[in-house]
Each structure stands twice: as C-alpha cells, then as structure tokens.
Design a protein. Sequence first.
Length: 185
Amino acid sequence: MDEQQQNSEELEKQTGAPPGIPDDLSTPAQNAGEPQMPEMNFIQNTANQPAESPDMNEADAEALMLKMMEENAAEKAPNPAPIVEKPSFEQLRPDGKHESKNIDMLLDVTLPVSIELGRTALKIEDILNLGPGSVVELDKLAGEPVDILINDKILAKGEVVVVDENFGVRITSMISPQDRIRSLK
C-alpha cells in the first residue's frame, strides 16, 4: 500500500492533479463564450525584458501583464488589409448640365419663404419699452426693394404690392447663382 501511495504522490508532484483525477479534469472548465487568458511564458518574456525589482508595485505588475498580453495578441492576430474601392462619379456633359434622376423626388418639398422689409438692432432697454403704438425704425428706405428669402437665404428682390386686400411681392430681380453660392458660405 505504501508503494501505491508513494507512486500517487510522485504523480501528483509531476502533473499537479490529485491522485485518481486526470489532468484535463483538474483545471476549471471554461465556457466557449468567455474570453480566455493567453498563455504566458514568463521565462521567455522576461529574458527579453530588463530585470524587475522584487519590490514591483501592483500598478507596474498590471502594466507589465497588459504589455505581455498585447504582444501575445499581436503575434496571433494578423492585421487584415482594408478593402479600398475606386469611386464612380456621374460624368458631366460639355454644356455644363447633367442628368438629375432623383430631382423629381425633391420637387414637392416645402421650404419656408419670408420677405424682409429691413433690419435693426435694439438695446434690451428699448425692447422692454416697446408697446402698442411704438415705431421701430428699419435700415431700408420706403420704396426700396425688399429681400425675398428662401430657407433664410436671399434669392430675389422685389417690391411690395397689394393684391385683393392682401400684401404681396412682385419680383424685380433675381440673385445670380454665383452670389447665391457665396451666401451659403
């Protein structure tokens, strides 16, 4: 019996498993979905690193462990090359016009239209004193063309008219496309 016990103790020292239990059952089972710690070969990794003092604090030990894990992950995972595709653009016609296939989808979109008679800046004190009968002076003269704004961008100028007891604006001039583009900036 002593010989069998002695053999079991020697086997336990060699494999680390208790007697009668195979090595693969002595380690805790890991779920397939859980991340696994990479195997660390401290002898190999410390040979390439400067000798650490035995008084290493916890933060230094954690930093060293993270560095070794990153090196191990970098060795195992190759970097995939990004896929680059050549873009394709619609060709412009020589006359400067191009086909707009989807412009019809935008024709029924509603944009705000406003007419600006003029502007001014007032102090807060003057604004608080406004009331019925107050007059606010604007920066434009009477009879001067008003600005027609589409989506808060000036598109045209016109004059105020009365149509069946309602105000209206007759367009007198359109802003050039170049000026419209400049106003977007």
